[in-house]
Design a protein around this ligand. Structure first.
Ligand SMILES: Nc1ncnc2c1ncn2[C@@H]1O[C@H](COP(=O)(O)OP(=O)(O)OP(=O)(O)O)[C@@H](O)[C@H]1O
Length: 268
């Protein structure tokens, strides 16, 4: 059963993987993943290390293309389009489907130019000051930086840098924000601010977040997908999707025993 069947109002599917196998060289990293990501929702990917969460999230904006040994079978769709069709421009894919990484990585530029840079490259013709302010407001950073827009983005705290990276991702007007462990390098207060921000951002964006923090998944996600890893007879380890459902079901009454064991801290 696909994920949108569980979601209220049968929200539109923005991203989906169908029978997706991913290989790095000859090694199978992810096997037969089928998942739908509904619009204006937060979907969390959880699971033990090496089960392919980052690999899948990177398939959603073709970031794995940059790895020469990467190969995918099956389909990854963005609405009705096959993201891996030869006619699709990966640069445009990454504009529409933005990414925020584990470690905040602002450009070594001013706060203002961290936002304006990508917009300029994308040919933004509107009022740049307005865009910078709007993006920083949406990322809940404006009040803290409005008087120092010319200062370096690198001079901000870790939590502020991560919100700057979110503002930068928003500035190019994406539909989707992919977040790969966005809070793992942050203190608890900065983490809570990002979680509040994620909650606000889902009004406008579809969000997929990889997290090792199960409390975080239960706080921010509407849907949670649990991945696990298995070892073949030949000793090869691969990841797969165990189940995906409403977050409260995954944490309180999952269908699979392995999910129950993981969310109750019995392995992983
Ligand atoms: N660039 C790469 N080249 C070769 N193998 C890779 C590469 N990236 C990931 N893998 C392999 O793919 C598998 C899945 O890794 P991935 O990073 O997607 O898992 P993960 O669930 O996100 O792990 P973690 O929680 O530790 O970040 C692992 O076996 C890993 O070694």
């Amino acid at each position: 059963m696909f994920l949108t069947d569980h979601f209220p109002n049968h929200a539109e599917t923005v991203l989906s993987a169908k029978n997706l196998n991913v290989y790095y060289g000859k090694s199978l990293a992810l096997r037969d993943v089928c998942i739908d990501i509904p619009k204006n929702s937060v979907t969390a990917f959880i699971g033990p290390s090496g089960c392919g969460k980052s690999t899948l999230i990177r398939c959603f904006n073709r970031l794995n293309d940059l790895i020469s040994s990467f190969r995918a079978e099956g389909k990854v769709n963005y609405f009705d389009q096959n993201l891996y069709a030869p006619t699709i421009d990966p640069v445009e894919v990454r504009r529409r489907i933005g990414m925020v990484f584990q470690k905040a990585n602002p450009f070594p530029k001013s706060i203002y130019n961290n936002i304006a840079f990508g917009a300029r490259i994308n040919g933004y013709k509107g009022d740049m000051d307005e865009l910078v302010e709007k993006s920083l407001r949406q990322a809940a950073l404006w009040d803290e930086v409005k008087d120092k827009l010319k200062d370096s983005g690198l001079a901000l705290s870790g939590g502020q840098q991560q919100r700057l990276c979110i503002a930068r991702a928003i500035a190019v007007q994406p539909d989707v924000l992919l977040m790969d462990e966005p809070c793992s390098a942050l203190d608890p207060i900065s983490t809570l601010r990002i979680e509040e921000l994620i909650h606000q951002l889902k009004e406008q964006y579809t969000i997929v977040i990889v997290t090792h923090n199960m409390q975080q998944a239960s706080r921010v996600a509407d849907l949670t997908a649990f991945f696990n890893a298995e070892v073949t007879e030949k000793g090869q380890r691969f990841g797969y999707l165990v189940e995906c459902d409403r977050t409260e079901i995954i944490f309180q009454s999952p269908k699979e025993q392995s999910t129950q064991a993981y969310v109750s801290g019995r392995f992983g």
